[in-house]
Each structure stands twice: as C-alpha cells, then as structure tokens.
Design a protein around this ligand. Structure first.
Ligand SMILES: C[S@@+](CC[C@H](N)C(=O)[O-])C[C@H]1O[C@@H](n2cnc3c(N)ncnc32)[C@H](O)[C@@H]1O
Length: 252
C-alpha cells in the first residue's frame, strides 16, 4: 500500500459488507436542479451508492465509479434494489478517471473532503474537469471547515477531540448488531480531521478504521473551482453539508 489514495481505498474493503447499512446519506437540496434535463449521471466515488432512488425516479442512466471493487459490488446491488434500470460500473482511482460523457457528476457525502486529504483541492478538481466535457455539471456535497453545530452522521464539529461517542447501531446483513463508536482529532489549524471508528459486537471491539478528511472553507473550494475551469451556478448548506453545483467551462 503506497499512496494515501490506495490506503484510503483499502480501508473500505472490510467495511463493504455492511457499508450500505452504515451509510446514512442526506439527499442534497441541489440534486433536483442538478438532475434537471440530465440523462446520464455519474456518482464518484460512490462508496455503497448514495442517491440511487432519486436517480431511479429521474430515469437517468447511472454510472457508479469507485476504486474499491467490494464497495462497487455493494453499490451495484444497491442500485438494482433501488430500481435503477440502466447501470454502468467502473473501478477507477480519481487520477485514472476515463473520459466521462455524463451530464452530471455527483461527488457525495464528504467524498471531496477525503479526496482533498489525499491531494490538494486544485489537482482533485482538475482530474474531475479533465474527465468531462464542457457543460457537464458537477455537484459537490462536502463538509466546510467553518461548519459548526449539527455536523453530519459521521462528524460533529463541536465534539471535543478524543471524546468517544456511540453514533450508530448497524444491523449487518447476517443479523449481527454492530455498535459504532467514534472519536475525532483535528489538526491545530482545524483544517483536517482524523475520525476513528471502532465497531463492537457484544461489547467486544471487532474492528477499528480511520477516515482522514480535509476541511476546506467554502471560499477555498470556490477559489479552487474557479482556478480549475468550473463555474459555480448554485450553492446551499443543508444538515452540516455545503453543496455546490458547478458547470465545466471550455478549457481543461
Ligand atoms: C464516498 S467516500 C466517503 C464516505 C464517508 N465519508 C464515510 O467514510 O463514511 C468513500 C469512498 O471513496 C472511495 N475513494 C476514496 N479515495 C478514492 C480515490 N482517490 N479514488 C477513487 N475512489 C476513492 C473509497 O473506496 C470509498 O468507497
């Protein structure tokens, strides 16, 4: 395991079996305007799949992309169960994304924060820009560094560092009840956070995993979008997440 991206992706392998139950996505308010007129949608990195029922209702072709095969397998099953009729699945890292002919690319559930912890934001957004055609829409759902209060299902800005909370009861497909414990550590500048999840069964720890997130401010994301050829059309904050809808300009 060499690069931060490879290590991050590998950390999801043991989580894939119950990732669909573990994930509690918040549907972005901007998803509906983003889907307006779209026929082909890509979700990247999709993890276990996020807004699949909404895509199914919109009757769009869905392309699920992630560098983890176990997560893609879970996502593909999730898509079928959600009624997605036309599905494509691709196993790619960000830096290897193929040319995408989709009308909309959705980067869900703080995935941007994870990508930006592997590489600075401008290269991350440049990889996305190079993969798509001019006019393609990009919907980012991320955690902004200045966020306070509510947070989301896996991050609480106000939680004191090192303080452990029980934040999730997971019922795995084989009927086991897994309890997820979470604690977090910020960098002194609070521009990055490491979140540690420990899973217990019958009060015994069975696994610990860590997620490393960058916490860029909304202004930093905006500046990086502009610098890499994206024009923002809408922005919104919902349930701890910042949402941005942008369109690819002509130059790559
Ligand atoms: C949707 S994101 C973050 C989800 C959420 N923050 C959590 O950890 O519960 C997680 C997914 O991103 C994928 N991923 C992470 N880094 C990647 C990269 N550089 N290229 C492709 N996929 C990546 C992982 O394989 C995983 O399935």
């Amino acid at each position: 395991m060499n690069t931060p991206a490879e290590r991050a992706v590998d950390s999801y392998r043991p989580r894939a079996a119950w990732a669909r139950t573990e994930s509690r996505p918040t549907t972005p308010r901007l998803l509906s305007p983003a889907l307006d007129g779209a026929a082909h949608v890509a979700e990247f990195p999709c993890g276990p799949g996020h807004f699949l029922s909404t895509y199914a209702k919109a009757e769009v072709r869905v392309r699920l992309i992630d560098a983890s095969w176990p997560m893609l397998t879970a996502a593909a099953r999730h898509a079928r169960d959600s009624g997605v009729a036309e599905l494509a699945v691709e196993c790619d890292f960000l830096h290897q994304l193929p040319a995408l002919d989709d009308d909309l690319v959705v980067v869900p559930n703080a995935a941007l924060n994870q990508l930006a912890a592997q590489d600075p934001l401008p290269p991350v957004l440049t990889h996305l820009r190079r993969a798509v055609n001019p006019g393609t829409r990009l919907l980012l759902q991320y955690l902004a560094g200045e966020a306070s209060g509510a947070g989301c299902g896996f991050y609480t800005p106000a939680l004191a560092d090192s303080h452990t909370v029980v934040d999730h009861h997971i019922h795995t497909p084989d009927g086991t009840e897994v309890i997820r414990h979470r604690r977090q550590h910020h960098t002194p500048e609070r521009d990055q956070v490491n979140i540690e999840f420990t899973y217990t069964v019958n009060n015994r720890p069975v696994r610990t995993t860590r997620v490393h997130l960058a916490l860029p401010t909304a202004a930093q994301v905006q500046a990086a979008l502009t610098a890499t050829g994206w024009a923002t059309t809408h922005a919104h904050t919902r349930a701890g997440f910042r949402e941005v809808l942008a369109t690819a300009g002509n130059s790559r």
